[in-house]
Write a protein that binds this ligand. Structure first.
Ligand SMILES: O=C(O)Cc1cc(O)ccc1O
Ligand SMILES: [Fe+2]
Length: 427
């Protein structure tokens, strides 16, 4: 087994990889006797009968079948992870949060705190937003999410994802996607780590259509990286924590389930460096809607209306003439959760720190705060580069409902970002 991280490039490709030569069957998926006594197992991420274009599955060749486990019982750790939405009626207020503290002695799973829910896992639609804070690696345990696909957005500290299909390194500035049902462990490379997790209950993320943009641009397929096969041959007891129908469950195996020696297919984890996003914008006037910054989208059943869009606000040139350049004032039928990986966001002069979170739910009035509005209204409109910043949005057609934990720690004075605007003076 090589130590270095090794990747295969391309979004949604049909990959094949073997960590031991001869482990991958040739010409068929399920031979009578796979090489070395390996077990062939299909992992389906779409209905068997999904259209070819939507069909996702991989074949795994492993030391033991996943079926070999004892019953799950309720997991009592991770008190803030998978917490239900608040039972109170949700006031239509804009909400914002300071970055969460790193709580000491917790790993990725136990340090996860759920902030926002949009629908429920059994709907097979919707998404939720969690924050992770970890000060230690996951030791002799793995996590698996039956409820959704996980989009992991590191904000501080490099992490390593050790998944059934291979290993991925995720520094801040990268994102990683772990498909629904794939087991993984999070190891810390820098001693501590913090970031965001968007959990997608709906159709798997895909690249958005480009329409008149043409064949290239935004997130290009070749910049996505899937891991090569890698496995552990370990007989140490390993805890499996599974999220299922909104609750956490645990069972302990007498071996590591990260024991896939070879695999092939198009259902695999991947990573993407946000710096490789080919950002587009206006070269005349008016900046486009932020859909122009969509990295990945999960469609809903209504054409053109996303179950979840992952959108970034990357470094870029601003050249628009006679234009208010930052995000304009707006109200939106879609609901917007925003986070900040580094730098400052051009609509918020204050109060939105890296690691922080904001929520502008459907139809809430928002946009630049007073200071950003004043500066942008008075700016000399030379070409200017927005640099050293990376904000993101997880936008969904389903309104978000915060957890009680999130409501209790929201900034008390967020509305003040929008007070003090001078009234327009009619002639
Ligand atoms: O609210 C935000 O800051 C995100 C955003 C940016 C923009 O330029 C237009 C709409 C929008 O929701
Ligand atoms: Fe917005």
């Amino acid at each position: 087994m090589a130590d270095a991280f090794q990747y295969m490039s391309g979004f949604g490709g049909h990959f094949e990889s073997e960590a031991v030569s001869g482990a991958l069957p040739k010409g068929r998926n399920s031979p009578q006797r796979p090489a070395f006594g390996l077990y062939a197992e299909q992992l389906s991420g779409s209905a068997f009968t999904a259209t070819r274009h939507e069909n996702r599955r991989s074949w795994l060749y492993r030391l033991r079948p996943t079926a070999d486990h004892r019953p799950f019982s309720a997991y009592e750790g991770a008190a803030l992870f998978a917490a239900p939405q608040s039972a109170e009626p949700l006031a239509p207020n804009r909400l914002r949060w300071d970055p969460a503290d790193l709580s000491s002695g917790t790993d990725f799973v136990d340090g996860l705190a759920t902030a926002l829910h949009a629908r429920q896992p059994e709907d097979l639609e919707g998404c939720s937003v969690h924050l992770y804070r970890a000060t230690k690696s996951m030791d002799r345990r793995v996590f698996v999410d039956a409820d959704g696909e996980l989009l992991i957005i590191p904000q501080q500290g490099r992490i390593e994802l050790q998944t059934e299909l291979g290993r991925l390194e995720l520094p801040p500035g990268f994102i990683g996607v772990v498909p629904r049902g794939v087991k993984f462990r999070v190891q810390l490379i820098d001693g501590e780590a913090r970031g965001y997790v968007a959990e997608n209950y709906g159709l798997p993320f895909r690249l958005p259509d480009l329409g008149p943009i043409g064949a290239n641009g935004l997130a290009n397929p070749r910049d996505f990286q899937a891991p090569m096969a890698w496995f552990e041959d370990s007989e140490e007891p390993t805890e499996v924590i599974q999220k299922s129908l909104g609750h956490l469950w645990t069972t302990t195996l007498d071996h590591s389930p990260l024991d896939v020696v070879a695999w092939h297919g198009n259902y695999a984890p991947y990573r993407y460096d946000l710096a490789s996003f080919n950002t587009m914008g206006t070269v005349s006037f008016d900046h486009p809607d932020p859909s122009i910054f969509t990295v990945l989208t999960s469609p809903s059943n209504v054409h053109g209306r996303a179950n979840a869009d992952f959108v970034i606000f990357p470094p870029r040139w601003m050249v628009a003439e006679d234009t208010f350049r930052p995000p304009w004032f707006h109200r939106n039928v879609m609901s917007e959760a925003m986070g900040l990986i580094y730098g400052a966001y051009d609509a918020k002069a204050e109060g939105f720190a890296p690691g922080g979170l904001s929520l502008h739910n459907l139809m809430s009035g928002h946009g630049p705060d007073v200071e950003s509005w004043r500066k942008a209204s008075e700016a000399d409109l030379k070409p200017a580069k927005i640099e050293g910043t990376m904000a993101f949005m997880v936008e969904t057609c389903w309104p978000y409902r915060p957890t009680q934990w999130a409501l209790d720690r929201a900034q008390p004075d967020y509305d003040l970002a929008w007070t003090g605007f001078p009234k327009a003076q009619l002639p």
